[in-house]
Design a protein around this ligand. Structure first.
Ligand SMILES: *[C@@H]1O[C@H](CO)[C@@H](O)[C@H](O)[C@H]1NC(C)=O
Ligand SMILES: *[C@@H]1O[C@H](CO)[C@@H](O)[C@H](O)[C@H]1NC(C)=O
Ligand SMILES: *[C@@H]1O[C@H](CO)[C@@H](O)[C@H](O)[C@H]1NC(C)=O
Ligand SMILES: *[C@@H]1O[C@H](CO)[C@@H](O)[C@H](O)[C@H]1NC(C)=O
Length: 203
């Protein structure tokens, strides 16, 4: 009787171990849900009409799965479209977006203020698209931003004073847009800048 009982216990232990192993290996790193939601808003504001976020985690595939108009081709060129995450949070289970590069994609929207919801963002490059409008308010919220390139778009208006609050910036590419007015004196505060292309029309 006690032998049967022992075997039963042993089986139970083995099955439990097996299931635990199974569930840990099935769980994988994934983008923080708040950032996944922010990413949807960001894509919409940039003018990306069809985005597939359900298939794969953008941190794993290191890109945004944009579905092009008409033909269902996934745009995965690392040169054009790159997402880099830091997945060291929460015992290597949670990722935060560190880099967004969406270049030469003819994106027709605006620069999303929702980018500020990505609290660990260090690099934004949206150069050579067809983005319009002003640079958004709230730039002072980009606490970790090192690299900002909005070059070769159709942005207009004045360069916001708050850009001078992003003191972490080392690279700032604003050229080949339709910015007007003078450079704000607040940019003096960007003491870490090493690489700047700015091009404004003085009215
Ligand atoms: C997203 O991609 C997956 C896998 O490639 C595919 O099965 C799914 O139908 C796609 N969803 C949309 C809305 O295109
Ligand atoms: C997270 O991953 C890194 C690199 O793979 C590893 O060195 C580190 O020990 C891991 N940390 C935890 C808490 O699992
Ligand atoms: C970027 O994507 C567009 C298509 O949307 C393509 O025409 C262009 O050649 C790509 N550029 C690079 C450098 O991959
Ligand atoms: C400055 O911007 C204007 C208007 O976008 C553009 O035509 C010109 O080529 C730019 N110059 C440089 C040096 O980037």
């Amino acid at each position: 009787m006690s032998i049967i009982f022992s075997i039963f216990i042993l089986l139970f232990v083995i099955i439990t171990c097996f299931l635990t192993t199974l569930s840990t290996s099935a769980a994988s790193q994934s983008l923080h849900p708040d950032e996944l939601n922010a990413l949807k808003e960001i894509a919409t504001t940039l003018g990306i009409k069809r985005l597939n976020l359900s298939a794969e985690d953008p941190c794993n595939i290191r890109t945004l799965m944009i579905i092009q108009e008409k033909q269902d081709v996934l745009l995965n060129s690392a040169k054009n479209n790159s997402i880099v995450c830091d997945c060291s949070f929460n015992n290597n289970m949670t990722c935060h977006i560190k880099v967004i590069e969406l270049k030469t994609l003819s994106l027709p929207g605006k620069l999303p203020p929702q980018l500020a919801k990505l609290r660990y963002l260090q690099k934004i490059s949206v150069c050579a698209n067809r983005l319009t409008g002003n640079l958004p308010r709230g730039l002072e919220n980009f606490k970790n931003l090192i690299y900002l390139s909005v070059e070769a778009n159709q942005f207009s208006g004045t360069i916001p004073d708050e850009l001078g609050d992003v003191t972490s910036l080392t690279t700032l590419h604003l050229a080949s847009n339709y910015f007007t007015g003078s450079l704000p004196s607040s940019l003096d505060r960007l003491v870490n800048l090493e690489d700047v292309y700015v091009n404004v029309t003085i009215l």
